[in-house]
Design a binder for this molecule. Structure first.
Ligand code: NAD
Length: 401
């Protein structure tokens, strides 16, 4: 993922005529914090926070709890965050962090201990005007609330603007939970308008049905001409040629079900990987990075790929799809809904205001419409070969102004 992010930055920067010194400066991270969390049980965990670039504002980016978290992953995700906040025109920079841990093997008490000890390890380097973390994979409002509480205890800051993605009762924003999925649906619908496909019937599949994938599915139901044929979790794909009911899938996942046990009329079960090769118009990638690489890119039949995860399509696959005229809606725009509403949460905390969900969704919609307009216009500039390159060009122009 890091290699792909760096190659995309380099390609776009070269297109803009930047010299190697400026490209190296764009690739470099500002700071990398690594530390060990020792639990009361004696278990030791590796923890990270990478701060990539704060030229446009405080570092911003999630904290992930996952066994694959390491320094390279945090570097890649921090880099993508700086490019994302810049591509969206937000006054924020990019950072990312995490703990290398499998949360399903931890008790709630241990998760709280990890969250609080993470903050103890990093508190000097974060803060409302310095670096504002948020939830990411396997972290949520409850975990962020523990982190805010720990941060308040250590620093005395009571603004709640030290983290975003808090629960509503603790200063979170209405609309934040659904924001990434909602933003992705708006972005796809805007892109289809530019391609003259707004009124066409389309089928789609969603890899990953966590926070992002599930809200994408539910919000996409507002488009009666889009039909969800398949979705997956880490163990299996559920597929129905006559269409799946997003709300039913949502309720099933809320009950912590596994798709291998999901039953609905006409629904079949396939392996988790098979979702990539299904015959659908749009493939939405909402699981993890590097989901499509040289190994499986030839299986893809979709004409549109929506990057809801960070870095789900590697550089070789992006080049392959460009040759075949498959459009990739790049993650630094498609999945920016989360950071937009995080930004709106931070503004509300700073002003001590609470906006309605309609107000938040309205602002999110305006950001997404403007971003896709910029994306399409930039992709038509001479020498720009695809939408990912256009997105990186928009971001780099702002970062090097
Ligand atoms: P999540 O933990 O809620 O959900 C991830 C889902 O992916 C889970 O349902 C898991 O079962 C599934 N999954 C894992 N491996 C899979 C595989 N091989 N095949 C199919 N499914 C698989 O996480 P999330 O918050 O929904 O994030 C998903 C992706 O979106 C991540 O890459 C994250 O970085 C990115 N993202 C999230 C946000 C946000 O606001 N949550 C914002 C921007 C980007």
């Amino acid at each position: 993922m890091l290699k792909t992010a760096q190659q995309l930055i380099t390609q776009a920067a070269q297109n803009l005529g930047l010299d190697q010194f400026s490209i190296d400066a764009l690739l470099a991270t500002d700071a990398e914090h690594q530390f060990e969390i020792e639990l009361d049980s004696g278990k030791k965990l590796h923890a990270y926070r990478v701060q990539h670039n704060n030229k446009l504002g405080p570092y911003k980016g999630g904290i992930r709890f996952h066994p694959d978290v390491d320094l390279d992953e945090a570097r890649a995700l921090a880099t993508l965050m700086s490019l994302k906040t810049a591509a969206m025109g937000l006054p924020l920079g990019g950072g990312k962090g995490g703990v290398s841990v499998n949360p399903s093997e931890m008790t709630d008490q241990e998760l709280e201990e990890i969250s609080r000890k993470y903050v103890r390890g990093i508190h000097e380097h974060i803060g409302p005007d310095k670096d504002v973390p948020a939830p990411d994979v396997n972290t949520n409002g409850t975990i962020i609330d523990w982190m805010v509480d720990e941060y308040e205890k250590i620093t005395g800051d009571t603004s709640k603007a030290s983290f975003t993605g808090k629960t509503i009762k603790n200063g979170g924003s209405l609309g934040r939970e659904a924001a990434t999925g909602r933003g992705g649906v708006i972005a796809l619908s805007e892109l289809l308008k530019y391609d003259g496909l707004a009124a066409e019937s389309l089928t789609f599949a969603i890899q990953g049905f966590g926070n992002v994938g599930s809200f994408f599915a539910v919000i996409a139901e507002q488009y009666p001409n889009w039909k969800l044929l398949a979705t997956s979790d880490s163990a299996s794909t559920v597929y129905s040629p006559s269409g799946l009911n997003a709300n039913d899938l949502f309720d099933f996942k809320e009950g912590r079900g596994r798709f291998s046990d999901y039953k609905a009329e006409g629904a079949k079960h396939l392996s988790a990987d098979e979702i990539i090769g299904l015959d659908v118009d749009v493939l939405v990638l909402a699981a993890l990075g590097d989901a499509i690489t040289e190994d499986n890119m030839r299986d893809v039949k979709a004409k549109y790929i929506v990057e809801m995860a960070n870095g789900p399509v590697d550089k070789a696959a992006i080049d392959y799809f460009t040759e075949r005229k498959v459009s990739i809606l790049p993650g630094i725009i498609a999945n920016a809904g989360g950071v937009i509403v995080s930004y709106l949460e931070w503004v509300q905390n700073k002003k001590n205001e609470h906006w309605t969900e309609e107000e938040v969704n309205q602002q999110l919609t305006e950001y997404m419409i403007e971003a896709v307009k910029n994306l399409v216009e930039t992709s038509k500039e001479p020498g720009v070969i695809n939408l990912p390159e256009a997105a990186f060009i928009i971001a780099i122009r702002r970062l090097t102004k």
